[in-house]
Ligand binder design. Structure first.
Ligand SMILES: [Zn+2]
Length: 374
């Protein structure tokens, strides 16, 4: 199936992550897109399963069984949800070799390329002899990755998962993890006319922010990863106090810390607590993410990773800064890489687009890869 036609259909079907919409908004949820793909797979004679993830939000699995006994498994794992959009972004527009619309780049271009490659192999030519190809259309990547977490929890054995994200057709074997912290300082409220009777929680937090943005950031600088560069830290929000004439008794900040392989929520919390101790600062430090976002680091010398890199014509592994489903699957024991058409620079923008040639190339590469499987 022509991946461009498929992509147009996918962009025209809204699948905004409900986390970014008011409750019950009709544009929300992945069901429309998942069911549409499932109907198509059914027409191709492929087995379709649903994996229930959240109320009304299922992962769709489409299975291409091998012609003989299954010995290996490859998973194609793009996500179906998008960030919020203006109404015109659901009308796909083709202009100057690009397709514009919400999700065109992140990540319906990958969905279209992967699904059309699956269709090519299912409908034309030989199936792999002993490798099962499992296409999993995942929900909720843009918010809490509930879809990939459910897939990982299913404990499927697989030799490779290719996670669809815009990577400009590069095979990505590493990305950073993401830790969010919430810090809180406590003071003592007092009348604004007698500040000496209180203890200002905002002032204490100002010192904490200063220590994080200068000293902690400097501490992180020497740690580098060959594919990912440096770990980083950013104080992202602050809230404290209620009105000018009260000494504030509470202040909170949230901190975003992008981690390298080997780092964890616990190790980051330890570092921040040690920094505060060093400066005699008093603040509580807590995990603010809910679900862990680990770094990804996949061995590029694993046989199926190598095979895929060879198909793409790439010799060296590469890394990206953004977090995605690959780390969740990788953490679940499935060697995972990220691959897809488009550039992350266009993802989530007001004029999201993807280059049509790249979508076609992605589909061709994936078809070649699936056909090469044992
Ligand atoms: Zn994405």
């Amino acid at each position: 199936m022509d991946p461009i036609r498929l992509l147009r259909e996918l962009v025209a079907l809204p699948s905004v992550n409900p986390a970014f919409l008011p409750a019950g908004d009709p544009l929300g949820g992945e069901e429309r897109v998942g069911a549409w793909l499932a109907a198509l797979a059914d027409r191709w004679g492929l087995g379709v399963e649903r994996q229930s993830v959240l109320p009304g939000r299922d992962n769709f699995w489409v299975r291409l069984e091998p012609s003989g006994r299954r010995r290996q498994r490859v998973i194609l794992a793009p996500h179906l949800d998008t960030v919020a959009a203006s109404p015109e972004q659901f009308r796909p527009v083709r202009r100057k070799g690009r397709l514009h619309g919400r999700g065109a780049c992140d990540t319906k271009g990958s969905v279209a390329a992967m699904f059309s490659a699956l269709g090519e192999v299912a409908r034309r030519g030989r199936r792999p002899a002993s490798t099962e190809v499992l296409f999993t259309a995942l929900v909720d990547e843009e918010h809490a990755q509930s879809g990939s977490r459910a897939l990982a929890a299913a404990r499927l054995k697989a030799d490779l998962a290719i996670v669809g994200e815009p990577t400009r057709l590069q095979v990505i074997t590493a990305h950073k993890g993401d830790v969010w912290l919430q810090l809180e300082t406590r003071g003592k409220a007092a009348h604004g006319a007698r500040p000496e009777l209180g203890r200002n929680a905002v002032l204490e937090m100002a010192r904490v922010v200063e220590a994080i943005e200068t000293e902690y950031a400097a501490m992180l600088r020497p740690q580098t990863h060959p594919l990912l560069g440096r770990a980083t830290v950013n104080v992202g929000s602050i809230a404290g106090g209620t009105q000018p004439n009260i000494v504030p008794d509470r202040c909170q900040i949230t901190v975003d810390r992008r981690t390298l392989p080997g780092e964890s929520v616990a190790s980051v919390v330890r570092e921040v607590r040690a920094l505060l101790r060093l400066h005699g600062l008093r603040a509580t430090v807590a995990d603010h993410k809910g679900a862990p976002c680990w770094p990804l680091e996949t061995d590029p010398d694993l046989p199926f990773v190598r095979r895929f890199m060879d198909c793409v014509g790439q010799r060296q592994p590469r890394g990206v800064q953004f977090f995605c489903d690959a780390s969740v699957l990788g953490h679940g024991g499935i060697p995972s890489v990220v691959f897809g058409p488009g550039d992350i620079a266009q993802a989530h923008t007001a004029d999201e687009w993807v280059g049509l040639r790249e979508v076609e190339q992605a589909a061709a590469i994936l078809t070649r890869f699936l056909r090469s499987l044992p």
